[in-house]
Unconditional design. Structure first.
Length: 485
């Protein structure tokens, strides 16, 4: 089938800070399973390079514009057969920390240089300037870190087709003009029809303007980003390119997120065997130091602690939530101000609450298995994977109806229960009162055993795989290649 080169800043299990990592860890493999010849390129961050056993040195080259020496290391993405290339450049990537921040959560001062190098390397590989013995038909770029790739490729007559997927329009990679100069980007790219954005350099504009097709990760978000409310200043541009935009819903990795086989949880279960979920709840309560009460509804919140995720709404609701018979379990990292407020609440024990600041893959699985509800009051949500993971674990999402949340979660009411389609609770509003009202409604539902049991069944039995979405990507690639003949 097609030869596709995926480019991104993270890919699970090598490196992940959020849903982009999940998608890069599963979509390329799902396409490879349908006989596509897929390769993935990510930066060779220090921890990643150290974790890879005996990589092959596929190529060694220098980026002419910046003089950076690069080795292209070949490995396979663990858990799959996907050939993965690491752009190894120790002066830019050989440090501890995550892709975007240092160990103290401070953004890297040379973020632009780090991702420009990734883009330059992918550009060279895609045109055969760097010999790998393989040329892609399609370069599939993901988020702003890869935005310069379509821009750099745009001038080459014999270039591969380009697709740019927006996982989150709120992150745009905007830097001062000096950075544009420092990166030695071609002068013609400095214009309003190019990378210039209010006299700054915008990486994401490279993807939005120069790619052949734009996708985003849910149909609703594809519509929303063309409006001022969700367009983050780029709605005008997106509206102009409307015909090239489509929304394709993310799937999840059904092997990594499977309560019947999850290596991180104490008791395995599925929709036929849901009683065993209670053992996971007890274990989670023990791990987190919460009261070990089986009948007290446990609400989990596992997110990057940003405004996007509505963490401030949760903080605002805590005094009211303290009056309800619920337990709260919070895991996250992000805005230090939110981190501190949550820690303070936990220390004061205003309610039965446990807060863990940090990033923990095992605990996120244990919370999906052990909680009754999963809170996701996002202001906007391109797709959201956490609510899908939790539905599969029989943990009912309480969400705002935006973006991918609107496309994946169906509110519980007499009609949807009767139809067997109810999978969650929708919050009606963007304030703490609306959040508390939704949680009160959730508790009423929890206390109706038959309704609750139907809800768990329809949430757990939903179809969350990549199957349908991969077909949509194949259709997109096919029509794109046909249009270029
Ligand atoms: P986003 O990509 O906006 O962060 P998603 O819901 O698409 O949101 O994906 C988030 C992913 O990151 C999920 O797999 C979620 O479990 C994970 N995650 C977020 N925060 C943490 C954390 N503190 N520890 C472990 N996993 C986390
Ligand atoms: C982004 C979005 C999230 C989406 C993920 C993967 O980080 O915030 O909604 O699920 O990317 O596409």
């Amino acid at each position: 089938m097609y030869r596709i080169l995926f480019a991104a800043s993270e890919a699970y299990p090598l490196v992940k800070t959020g849903g982009l990592g999940d998608v890069m860890g599963s979509l390329p493999a799902a396409l490879a399973a349908l006989d596509c010849d897929v390769r993935l390129v990510i930066p060779g961050y220090r921890d990643v390079v150290e974790s890879v056993v005996a990589p092959i040195i596929k190529a060694e080259f220098t980026i002419p514009e910046t003089g950076h020496p690069v080795r292209l290391l070949e490995t396979t993405l663990p858990g799959s057969d996907v050939v993965t290339w690491l752009v190894d450049c120790p002066s830019l990537y050989g440090r501890r920390g995550d892709p975007y921040n240092d160990e103290h959560n401070i953004p890297w001062p040379d973020t632009a240089q780090r991702f420009a190098l990734l883009c330059r390397a992918v550009h060279a590989i895609s045109l055969g300037i760097v010999e790998t013995g393989w040329l892609p038909q399609i370069v599939h770029c993901n988020d702003w870190q890869t935005g310069l790739i379509p821009a750099l490729l745009s001038q080459s007559a014999d270039r591969p087709a380009t697709v740019f997927t927006i996982h989150n329009l709120a992150y745009q990679g905007v830097f001062p003009y000096d950075t544009f100069v420092d990166l030695k980007l071609p002068e013609y790219l400095w214009s309003a029809d190019g990378l210039e954005f209010y006299e700054h350099l915008s990486f994401i504009k490279g993807g939005l303007i120069f790619s052949d097709r734009i996708t985003t990760v849910s149909p609703t978000y594809a519509r929303e980003i063309q409006s001022a409310e969700f367009g983050a200043g780029l709605d005008g541009l997106l509206h102009q390119r409307s015909e090239k935009i489509s929304g394709i819903l993310n799937g999840i990795d059904e092997q990594v997120w499977d309560p019947a086989h999850d290596e991180f949880i104490v008791a395995h279960y599925d929709a036929d065997n849901i009683d065993r979920k209670a053992e996971n709840k007890q274990s989670l309560q023990k791990i987190l130091g919460l009261q070990e009460k089986s009948d007290k509804p446990l609400i989990a919140f596992v997110h990057r602690l940003t405004d996007q995720k509505g963490v401030d709404l949760v903080i605002g609701a805590l005094p009211e939530l303290a009056k309800l018979p619920v337990q709260l379990a919070i895991l996250g990292t992000g805005n230090p101000n939110y981190e501190q407020q949550l820690v303070n609440f936990a220390e004061q024990q205003v309610c039965d609450i446990a807060v863990r600041i940090g990033y923990s893959e095992p605990l996120s699985h244990q919370m999906a298995a052990g909680a009754d509800f999963f809170l996701m009051p996002s202001r906007f949500e391109p797709c959201g994977l956490a609510q899908i993971h939790n539905m599969r674990y029989g943990t009912i999402p309480i969400v705002r109806s935006v973006g991918g949340l609107a496309d994946t979660v169906t509110d519980t009411n007499p009609q949807t229960i009767a139809a067997g389609t109810a999978t969650g609770i929708v919050i009606d509003g963007v304030d703490a009162e609306a959040l508390v009202a939704a949680i009160r409604r959730a508790l009423e539902i929890y206390n109706q055993p038959y309704v609750w049991s139907d809800l768990l069944q329809s949430a757990m039995r939903g179809s969350y795989s990549w199957r349908d979405s991969v077909d949509k990507y194949l259709g997109l690639y096919q029509s794109l290649l046909a249009s270029r003949r």
